[in-house]
Each structure stands twice: as C-alpha cells, then as structure tokens.
Design a protein around this ligand. Structure first.
Ligand SMILES: [Zn+2]
Length: 320
C-alpha cells in the first residue's frame, strides 16, 4: 500500500503542471531546468556578422544532439540539449558513443533501465526514450532511471537507417538465452528464411551494443527494463509479474518468444520484467500527450507491481 500511495503521489505530480509542486518532488531537476532557462547556452556558432557563413541548424549543439536532432523525428534542439546526456564509455562497432543519462535519486526504491532503438530503423523509439527522460527529470524522483536512448547508433545513422548493427547483427537476437547455439541459428534459418534483418550473429553477446546491455543488467541491476521499438503498435511483456494491460493507446498483445531476444533473456531467464513497447510508427514520433500518457500508465503499473526495496516502503507502518 505504501508503495502504491507513493506512486499515486508521483502520478498527481506528473499530471500537475505546477512548478512549485514539482520543486518539492525533485528540487534538483527543477533547479536544473530553472538554471537552463535562466542561462541559455551561448550559441557560439551563430553568425555575429551578417557576412559570416551560415551554420546548419544543429551546428551549435553539443554531441550527441548535433547528430540526433536532424535525424530523429519530433526532437527539438532545446529538448535534446536540456537532457545533458553523458558518454557511457562504450562505443558501437563504428565507434559511436553509446550515450546515457541517469535521472532520480541514487537510493530510490526502484531502478529502471530504458532502452531506445535497439533496432536502428525505429527512429521514433529514440525520440520517445528522450522525451521520457525529460519527463523523468521533472517528475521521476521516485525511481532511479537509466536511459540509453540510442542503443544502435550505427543503425540509426546509416543511410537509410538499418535494423541491424554495423556487423549486420539483429541485437535483439544476440542475448544469451538458454540453448542459443542451437535455437537462434535454427530459428533464423527456418522461421525467418535467413532474413538478413534478423541474423542473430555468430554467438551470443558477440556485439558491443548487446554486451553493453548485458553489462548494465549486471552493474545497474534494474528492477524493470523498458525497451522501445516500432512500428507494430502493441505492448509486449516478459517477466515474473502481471503485465501492464495498456500504456497510452498501446494494448498488451504478446508477440511471442524469440531465441536471443532481450525479453526472453531478461524477462524469462533472468526474472527482470521487460516491457517492450512497439510504437505505431517508426518514422514519426507520437504526440507528446500520448508519450506522456504512456509514461503515466507505466508509473501506475510500477506502483502496483514492482516491489519497493527501501526499509520504510518494505515495512509499512502498522497500527499498534
Ligand atoms: Zn524493433
């Protein structure tokens, strides 16, 4: 009950636009936002002289926004810059940094890992992950969130964008599920008819991007993983608890178990709930109201289904 009440409080905060209320919940986040508003970043590359060469719209942005804003649908430069993403220190096959961001209290009772664009041609997945990160900075103090908005940057930045990574591996078939050595290649050969978009790789965790997720599961020990995809417009779930029935307009519709998938590995093998979001369109981001509703619905489900680990939450006060 205590956990549910706490999450209900978070929901009210999410729904209310009042900065004062938010300041009580997440003073650091609000201070950040207030600072950013009061001290906008100097736009060094904006021409100060009319004759100066014209800069591209994203030229003044720091990494990774310089690359991401022109590439991702529905992502503004201001939104991206405000997030203050950090380098993870891990790079993709083509040496692109895997950027990440932590939001929330270190001692929060629940830890959530949010992954965007494990498939590189699902551009809207990165946008939603980034928008959720913005929502978490304003309203997400009840959990520790780790966002990796673009897990497959080589696929996203390819022209055209590619589902697989630069080695041609479907990262979401590269996790060490039981029997991978037999099941993954057999599934690929027989069920996908050797679809190059779904090649699981030569061995599990052969890729730096999938190893990074695996390392995060070990080091960050999330209580929940949310992996954002597109374009099937459904919600999927793997794990030991009751699934969310809907997030926003997306309804639960289990899509099955695939050898090497993150859902199979995390949810069924390691016992960490994995919510898989399939946005309805890979090229177009949902309206912000819809993104926000998905976030609110996830919060509600978390409050009802994820065990809180703090002493006060685990042992609610009892009447004498
Ligand atoms: Zn996908």
């Amino acid at each position: 009950m205590a956990a549910a009440a706490r999450w209900c409080a978070a929901l009210l905060l999410c729904a209310g636009p009042g900065l004062l209320t938010l300041a009580q919940a997440a003073p650091q986040a609000v201070a950040h936002a207030a600072h950013a508003a009061a001290h906008p970043k100097p736009q060094a590359s904006q021409p100060s002289h009319p004759a100066a060469p014209k800069a591209s719209p994203a030229a003044h942005l720091a990494e990774p926004c310089k690359q991401w804003v022109p590439r991702l649908p529905g992502l503004s430069a201001a939104q991206c810059s405000a997030l203050k993403l950090q380098p993870s220190g891990t790079r993709s096959v083509q040496a692109r940094e895997l950027w990440m961001g932590d939001v929330g209290a270190r001692n929060a009772p629940v830890k959530v890992l949010v992954l965007g664009a494990i498939h590189g041609d699902e551009l809207s997945a990165s946008t939603v992950a980034l928008q959720w990160m913005g929502l978490a900075q304003d309203n997400g103090a009840d959990a520790l969130w780790r966002f990796v908005p673009m897990l497959n940057p080589d696929g996203v930045m390819a022209q055209p964008a590619r589902r697989v990574n630069a080695h041609g591996v479907d990262l979401n078939r590269n996790f060490p599920t039981p029997g991978w050595a037999q099941e993954a290649p057999r599934y690929w050969a027989q069920r996908t008819r050797k679809d190059p978009r779904r090649w699981p790789g030569n061995k599990p965790l052969s890729e730096p991007e999938s190893r990074f997720v695996h390392d995060q599961m070990t080091a960050f020990t999330p209580d929940l993983i949310v992996s954002i995809h597109a374009p099937y417009g459904v919600l999927d779930f793997d794990g030991p608890t009751d699934p969310p029935r809907r997030l926003g307009r997306l309804m639960l519709d289990p899509v099955g178990v695939f050898p090497g998938s993150l859902g199979y590995y995390g949810g069924m093998h390691k016992g960490v709930p994995v919510v898989t979001i399939e946005l309805p369109n890979a090229q177009r981001a949902p309206l912000l109201a819809e993104t926000r509703q998905m976030w609110l619905d996830l919060h509600r489900w978390m409050g009802e289904h994820l065990p809180a680990k703090t002493a006060s939450a685990a042992q609610p006060a009892r009447a004498p």
